[in-house]
Unconditional design. Structure first.
Length: 402
């Protein structure tokens, strides 16, 4: 099997996923096209040699449907020889797009792949694509369907995380993200989104609230008490875990990931492709894995898939310099750190989705680029990137600098 290398990684800023968000006027196809343009222009890429464009999109309906990376390639002015494919594994879609592209390169099927993801959550609402897991009792009952926020509260209850614990984590995420922006840590990867006149619409993550503190978060009411208690999902959780007795609802908008718009793209290739194009690889994709996990807690998949991945790679936790775990909810990261005894100064060192937001289909590719930049800045070698996933799954990837 050949090695697959990362040659470049770009992302848009994240815009608030509401009608008054700065990126609301920009359709998903245009966000995706901006990243394709950046990959081409930054690397002098002849787009006729691109073997595939693979993008994650969790709700590929309406204007975000019809194989959006192919449409984005048209808008970006790519050669028509560059095909496109759209995939979804809920929140891990962007990382899985990278993994899928890497596997095609490793097998010798492709030489150059652009992989990433896009989501315009202000224009195509979360869950708009529907599905049997939500709606069909023959699936939702054996699949233990429940809202993710309730699952996050179940994790907090089962593993002993208090309201103060999750709020303190959220405050730190905001501080780290603000510090990273102020120090210019994202400047290598974030591309401004401009309008047709060349005027900048957004050049900085818009969801951040750097003045957040424990007092301000303490004023917020838990978001998932009503679906948990009145919707009956607490009872579902207790049926699965009778030792809980009750669910302590601790998550709210301030310690959960933000709804935002954004896109990301990663340029992948073989060693031969890099030499042909005259560009140097930044990292090698060492290995990756997926796993199914408990659908009730739902969001503990990163723990399970990390165990699987390290065993497969014959690596130890001590071999990993930095960890990047999507901050879907604060308890997800707290449980991961607890399970592996990972110090906080090794994980999500520049903040995460609680501060900057979670554009579902794009986030996996975004955080891959974020941790690669940080490896280079700190002159470290190896990182593990992972995400929790709806319906109880986990995806993880290990990259090594070259």
């Amino acid at each position: 099997m050949a090695d697959a290398y990362i040659y470049d990684a770009v992302r848009t800023p994240r815009g608030r996923g509401k009608k008054d968000g700065s990126l609301h006027e920009v359709p998903a196809v245009r966000l995706a096209a901006k990243t394709l343009e950046a990959v081409r222009d930054r690397n002098g890429l002849d787009t006729s040699v691109v073997d595939d464009i693979i993008f994650g999109c969790v709700d590929p309906v309406g204007e975000a449907g019809s194989v959006i990376p192919r449409s984005a390639a048209f808008e970006a002015g790519y050669d028509t020889k560059a095909p496109g494919m759209q995939i979804s594994r809920f929140c891990a879609s962007g990382l899985d797009a990278v993994n899928f592209g890497a596997s095609k390169i490793a097998q010798g099927a492709d030489e150059i792949v652009i992989a990433g993801g896009v989501e315009s959550m202000s224009r195509v609402g979360m869950g708009m694509s529907g599905g049997a897991w939500y709606m069909d009792p023959s699936v939702s009952i054996p699949g233990w369907f429940m809202p993710q926020g309730v699952s996050a509260d179940v994790i907090a209850t089962r593993y002993g995380f208090s309201r103060d614990d999750v709020d303190a984590y959220a405050v730190e995420s905001q501080k780290r993200a603000a510090h990273a922006w102020d120090k210019g840590y994202f400047k290598n990867s974030v591309i401004p989104v401009k309008d047709q006149n060349g005027l900048t619409i957004l050049d900085r993550d818009e969801h951040m609230r750097p003045t957040t503190d424990m007092q301000s978060l303490g004023q917020l009411q838990p978001s998932f008490t009503i679906p948990g208690e009145m919707g009956g999902f607490d009872a579902v959780a207790i049926q699965r875990y009778p030792e809980l007795e009750e669910v302590n609802h601790v998550h709210h908008a301030g310690n959960s990931s933000g709804i935002v718009d954004g896109a990301a793209a990663v340029l992948l290739g073989s060693k031969k492709a890099g030499k042909t194009l005259g560009i140097k690889p930044r990292a090698r994709i060492r290995t990756f894995a997926n796993i199914g996990s408990d659908p009730v807690m739902m969001l503990t998949g990163p723990v399970d898939v990390t165990e699987k991945l390290l065993k497969r790679a014959k690596m130890k936790l001590s071999d990993i310099d930095l960890f990047e775990l999507n901050e879907a909810f604060a308890s997800v990261v707290l449980r991961y750190m607890q399970a592996f005894d990972i110090p906080h100064d090794q994980i999500n060192v520049n903040g995460g989705a609680i501060a900057m937001g979670h554009p579902l289909g794009a986030t996996g590719a975004m955080i891959l680029g974020t941790v690669l930049d940080e490896l280079e800045r700190r002159d470290l070698n190896t990182a593990l990137v992972t995400l929790c996933i709806g319906a109880g799954m986990g995806t993880a990837t290990i990259i090594e600098r070259v």
